[in-house]
Design a protein around this ligand. Structure first.
Ligand SMILES: *[C@@H]1O[C@H](CO)[C@@H](O)[C@H](O)[C@H]1NC(C)=O
Ligand SMILES: *[C@@H]1O[C@H](CO)[C@@H](O)[C@H](O)[C@H]1NC(C)=O
Ligand SMILES: *[C@@H]1O[C@H](CO)[C@@H](O)[C@H](O)[C@H]1NC(C)=O
Length: 176
């Protein structure tokens, strides 16, 4: 709750500040509902470049701003938890800050392993269709922030490819 509120505050605090554009983009593995009405995995790049804020405290860092609905959730998921088959409750970012999440599909071989931490941000938009299964197989609890987007619409994005992203050291990529 506290974490999620601070994130919203940070996002709204910087929204009014003019910042230099940075030729870097945020990528996320995304859950979508495909034409066959099945959940599928895609790798997305948000097409708005990151900026370099001059805001005190984060000056010179890389920033990506997005708008959230007012209701966000902090979830503490126990070690070795089986979340079962489900749809996204609302189009939302999910930030896994710790632990490990394994996402698999009912139709299709794609799967995603999301390690909590620096590359822990995904987008879950499969609110309809056959859904996906999520398990948390590690011995560590998974702290997840569920961050529904304002108006149910993800920020502008391009599909880089089908299947999950294969992030290197960071979800941020350089270049157009
Ligand atoms: C984007 O920001 C990073 C981190 O401050 C910096 O290393 C990089 O040079 C910047 N790129 C551009 C094109 O400004
Ligand atoms: C967030 O909302 C503000 C105010 O409505 C708007 O100006 C801004 O473009 C929005 N940003 C995004 C990324 O949707
Ligand atoms: C897709 O699945 C939902 C159930 O999740 C169902 O209500 C809907 O009718 C289905 N649409 C199509 C086109 O099959």
């Amino acid at each position: 709750m506290l974490l999620s509120r601070s994130l919203v505050v940070l996002v709204s605090a910087i929204s009014g500040i003019v910042a230099a554009q940075n030729n870097s983009y945020l990528t996320v593995t995304s859950l979508v509902t495909n034409a066959q009405n099945n959940s599928a995995l895609e790798c997305w790049k948000f097409t708005t470049p990151l900026t370099t804020p001059s805001t005190p405290g984060i000056s010179g860092s890389m920033l990506y701003a997005f708008n959230l609905s007012t209701a966000n959730q902090y979830t503490m998921i126990p070690a070795r938890f089986d979340g079962g088959v489900h749809n996204a409750p609302a189009p939302q970012f999910v930030y896994f800050t710790s632990g490990l999440a394994h996402i698999s599909l009912l139709h299709g071989d794609d799967e995603a392993w999301i390690l909590g931490g620096v590359n822990g941000l995904i987008f879950a938009g499969d609110t309809t269709g056959t859904g996906h299964a999520t398990t948390y197989p590690s011995d560590q609890a998974t702290v997840a922030l569920a961050l529904p987007v304002e108006g149910g619409k993800p920020p502008p994005y391009a599909v880089l490819h089908q299947g999950p992203c294969e992030h290197g050291a960071t979800q941020i990529v350089s270049g157009a």
